[in-house]
Design a protein around this ligand. Structure first.
Ligand code: FES
Length: 173
């Protein structure tokens, strides 16, 4: 009769050794985690990358302050790089800058009715919307037509004689 020293009994002991079984379980678990992490980390990173991008500095140098006489309105075009989904693209923007004695205001060119591009008529000192006849005065306030509110503004900063416009809109008022 075997007393536990034959090859069969030794192999059986090895297979049922709790330390070895535990070690194998942890090893398999660690390998599975490594494989799943290797698969899902890049996928999650790719999907979430637009959310992690910090907002860029959106202040754009658009014109010299002295290029706009007090009381005048100027249409100014500028380009800015913006993140659009997963790519960075260059977009062209337009603002109307009105210079007051104490400040400069930047009006967005989108009509507040349905977003058509407004035109500034210097001889009338008015903004006209070609779509449904909306009219705004030179301060951006509604004169007539369907627009429900005044023109939307962009924030403006003046530094060292240069006018900087934030390409993002301020909250509609
Ligand atoms: S979009 Fe300007 S009046 Fe309708």
């Amino acid at each position: 009769m075997c007393e536990g020293n034959c090859e069969n009994c030794k192999n059986q002991k090895v297979e049922t050794d709790p330390k070895r079984r535990s070690f194998l379980s942890w090893s398999v678990g660690a390998i599975n985690l490594a494989v799943l992490g290797g698969i899902f980390t890049p996928v999650i990173g790719f999907i979430g990358s637009p959310l992690r991008q910090k907002p860029k500095d959106d202040w754009i140098d658009v014109i010299g302050q002295d290029e706009i006489p007090v009381g005048a309105t100027r249409e100014v075009r500028f380009k800015a790089k913006v993140v659009d989904g997963y790519q960075t693209v260059t977009r062209e923007y337009v603002v109307f800058l009105k210079r007051y004695p104490e400040k400069i205001v930047a009006f967005d060119p989108a009509c507040t009715h349905l977003g058509c591009r407004i035109l500034y008529k210097d001889d009338q000192k008015k903004y006209l919307c070609p779509c449904h006849g909306g009219v705004f005065d030179e301060d951006g306030k509604v004169v007539s037509g369907p627009p429900p509110r005044a023109l939307t503004e962009h924030a403006v900063r003046i530094k060292d004689g240069r006018v900087f416009v934030d390409r993002r809109l301020t909250d509609a008022t």
